[in-house]
Write a new protein. Structure first.
Length: 362
């Protein structure tokens, strides 16, 4: 905690007293342009998991991670520096999301870093960024206030939230954006082997209402170089805004890799549909249905004969008394092929989650 406080204080002072650029307007008067921007957010919640998980840590999730507990899901503070030629971002975070999602990072101080990258403009619409970056994969965001549903889909929870490496972004046109990435690996900051991974993404928005995106990943996920476990992963999503009240989205994942205990190849796949309808300027309803199939337990280990094969359905209610604040209530049900939801009363093939949250974007 002392390290976190020191870093946050340094970040605040850096932004507060950072240098500003000066320009001259058409009247010959100086105006100050501040390239620094400070932002942040807080997401607090209470969740009740009817499987009553052991030690209160909920299974198969990183968001709303603790059962029967008021807690901080995610709190972050971010500083951005942007000019017409260079840019940089540093974001620090804490919460039960960090506790769960960054558990594999061996350095405790590194776990506090949500984002740390710098970039340079190579040409009009072409940027090269390097460092700890937000993931290029998937429809749903890390911060809950940006999503239609409070908790994340199973496919979002089990694909990267963050990546470390270099990213080339090219705005080919007003409708097409492409990304090319060289990465340390599948959601890791500290490298785990000598291999590097590759990523690609393309987003196409033919109209202001429709967005289509394809993203992929290729890399060796073995902890060393003696027995390669090559991972091929594909994600596609599309989102359509019918009006200022109704929007829908769909997403599919497909991955393939050598099994952890042999050289035979296995696969996993997932899909979701969601919709959100604004009842008024203050209230909204959203729903999501999804299925995740990892029979070979490449991504999710359950130690059960059928691996992880589960469906989920969510219903979410929003109350927005201010533009940057959401009070959310969600009910989410699960149904699995095997008894994979383990808790105080044993294991069962179904589960129910009730969660409410306050989230504010600063």
């Amino acid at each position: 905690m002392k390290n976190l406080f020191a870093i946050l204080l340094a970040l605040f002072l850096f932004v507060t007293f950072g240098a500003s650029a000066q320009t001259v307007d058409s009247l010959g008067l100086e105006e100050v342009i501040k390239p620094f921007k400070l932002s942040g957010g807080v997401d607090v919640y209470y969740a009740y998991d009817f499987s009553k998980p052991l030690q209160k840590d909920r299974l198969y999730t990183t968001q709303a991670f603790r059962h029967n507990e008021f807690s901080l899901n995610w709190g972050f503070l971010q500083a951005d520096y942007t000019t017409d030629k260079v840019r940089a971002a540093l974001a620090l975070h804490t919460g039960t999301y960090v506790q769960s999602n960054y558990a594999a990072e061996p350095n405790e101080l590194t776990r506090l870093i949500a984002q740390a990258n710098a970039g340079v403009k190579l040409a009009d619409g072409v940027w090269l960024d390097m460092g700890i970056l937000p993931s290029h994969i998937g429809y749903e965001s890390t911060f809950s206030i940006n999503n239609e549903i409070y908790t994340r889909a199973l496919m979002a929870e089990n694909s990267p939230y963050y990546e470390t490496g270099a990213q080339l972004t090219a705005e080919v046109s007003e409708k097409v954006t492409m990304k090319f990435l060289v990465l340390n690996g599948w959601q890791n900051i500290q490298e785990t082997n000598d291999a590097k991974s590759l990523g690609f993404g393309i987003s196409y928005s033919p109209t202001g209402q429709l967005v289509m995106s394809y993203n992929n990943y290729y890399g060796n996920e073995a902890p060393d170089d003696t027995d390669a476990k090559r991972r091929y992963f594909h994600n596609f999503y599309t989102a359509y805004t019918f009006s200022d009240r109704l929007n829908v989205a769909a997403s599919v994942d497909y991955g393939r890799q050598e099994l952890w205990d042999s050289n035979a190849k296995g696969n996993w796949y997932a899909g979701l549909l969601l919709a959100r309808y604004r009842l008024s300027d203050t209230f909204a309803l959203a729903g999501r249905v999804e299925h995740y199939n990892d029979e070979n337990q490449i991504i999710i280990s359950t130690q059960s004969p059928a691996g992880f094969q589960a469906s989920s359905a969510s219903l979410n209610f929003d109350f927005a008394p201010a533009q940057n604040f959401l009070w959310r209530i969600e009910a989410r049900g699960y149904k699995a092929k095997n008894n994979i939801f383990v808790g105080e009363e044993g294991a069962k093939d179904n589960n129910l989650l009730l969660v409410t949250s306050f989230a504010i974007r600063l």
